[in-house]
Ligand binder design. Structure first.
Ligand code: NAD
Ligand code: GLY
Length: 355
């Protein structure tokens, strides 16, 4: 089993990664400080993984809340529904909330855990690649507002993150690929040798070889844990985790959430950010090609929708959380393995890339 720690003083917590780790109930129960547990999941993940989770929770008082599947349900209506059910169940701060599912379930449940009676214990059991390498770690929780994604939320760290790599075996191929965009992101922003490892291990990853998966997921979590430990609330360094997201969120919003998956939009966004970097002479043409080719190798989109104009992008990007005093900030690679956050991208460069 790979074990990592997110170092945040008294709020530090472990990330445990292994295939079929719920076959060992103590891996979970060690981190449970309450007898009462409520599992939040969705109607897709429930039949797949709730049975093994409920077996691991034998002896605990377990309830379940099932939310509808889909990004369109990561909203205040679902938030209120989950809170109402918790109240009907007489849940309290003596109850641990467990998120069992992808990033949608994790973000929604985390925000509920942060808000319900001003905070209840929370555990993440992420079941998609994207949630295993990114959203379950670091404490960002949120729901969407009709005017913008993740506009209502809180920083709230879980007590533990339990990652069963075997759960990826049931994930649709397209969702696995979407998670790979976030994986590749870590190589681009932080770790050139990890990027090289990804290039060399494409086949093993595609075939979901467990050793390769465990290494890959652990390295992503390690990088994220390192960044979050330095800058939990995104006052500086953490923003580099948003490589491709400013452009990507604009694509998601323009095309309607769910039409382009988050990871797919991030993939096209990474290529756009890399194109900006190449224009600024921060990235060699050969490095640009390596980034583009690796994303393509995992069947990810590397161009923006052809009907999206510069004005469409700018209209959506104005809602980005990195906007400060009206200025747009972008995460741009500086070679493979490093990225910077900058507001120094001229309109001319942006127009050239986005038109
Ligand atoms: P998702 O939660 O919608 O899951 C994708 C699909 O896979 C869903 O249909 C889900 O039901 C299904 N699924 C989940 N696990 C499965 C399994 N093991 N087998 C079969 N099907 C399974 O999407 P996602 O990509 O996991 O997460 C995207 C969300 O994460 C977005 O809302 C995004 O904003 C958020 N996010 C948050 C952070 C953060 O730091 N909090 C970071 C990145 C992304
Ligand atoms: N996914 C970006 C972050 O957690 O900061």
């Amino acid at each position: 089993m790979a074990t990592l720690t997110v170092e945040l003083g008294e709020r530090s917590y472990p990330i445990l990664i292994q295939a079929n780790l719920l076959d060992h109930p103590e891996v979970l129960t060690t981190h449970l400080v309450t007898k009462k547990v409520v599992v939040v999941t969705n109607d897709v993940v429930d039949p797949l993984y709730f049975p093994v989770l409920s077996e691991a929770l034998a002896g605990y008082e377990v309830s379940k809340i099932v939310v509808p599947d889909g990004e369109q349900h990561k909203n205040l209506q679902s938030f209120e529904m989950v809170i109402s059910k918790l109240l009907e169940m007489s849940a309290g701060r003596d109850t641990t909330l467990i998120a069992l599912g992808g990033g949608v379930v994790g973000d929604l449940s985390g925000f509920v855990a942060a808000s319900f009676q001003r905070g209840m214990p929370f555990i993440q059991i992420p079941t998609t690649l994207l949630s295993q390498v990114d959203s379950s770690v670091g404490g960002k929780t949120a729901v969407n507002h009709p005017l913008g994604k993740n506009m209502i939320g809180a920083f709230y760290q879980p007590k533990a993150v339990l990652i069963d790599t075997h759960s990826l075996s049931t994930l649709p191929k397209r969702e696995f690929a979407a998670g790979m965009a976030e994986v590749i992101k870590y190589g681009v922003i932080y770790d050139a040798s990890f990027f090289l490892w990804l290039e060399k291990n494409q086949q093993a990853i595609k075939q979901q070889e467990l050793v390769a998966l465990q290494y890959m997921i652990a390295r992503c979590c390690e990088i994220k844990a390192e960044i979050v430990a330095i800058d939990e609330r995104e006052s500086g360094l953490r923003a580099i985790l948003n490589l491709g997201h400013t452009f990507g969120h604009a694509i998601e919003a323009e095309k309607g959430y769910g039409n382009w998956l988050h990871g797919e939009a991030v993939s096209a966004g990474i290529v756009l950010a890399s194109a900006v970097a190449t224009k600024m002479n921060w990235l060699e043409a050969s490095e640009f090609s390596r980034i583009e080719s690796l994303l393509q190798a995992f069947d990810l989109p590397t161009v923006a929708p052809s009907d999206m104009t510069y004005d469409d992008f700018v209209r959506h990007m104005r809602h980005d959380k990195k906007v400060q005093t009206g200025q747009l900030f972008f995460v741009i690679p500086k070679g493979i393995g490093k990225a910077v956050v900058t507001n120094k991208i001229s309109e001319e460069v942006l127009r050239a890339i986005l038109s």
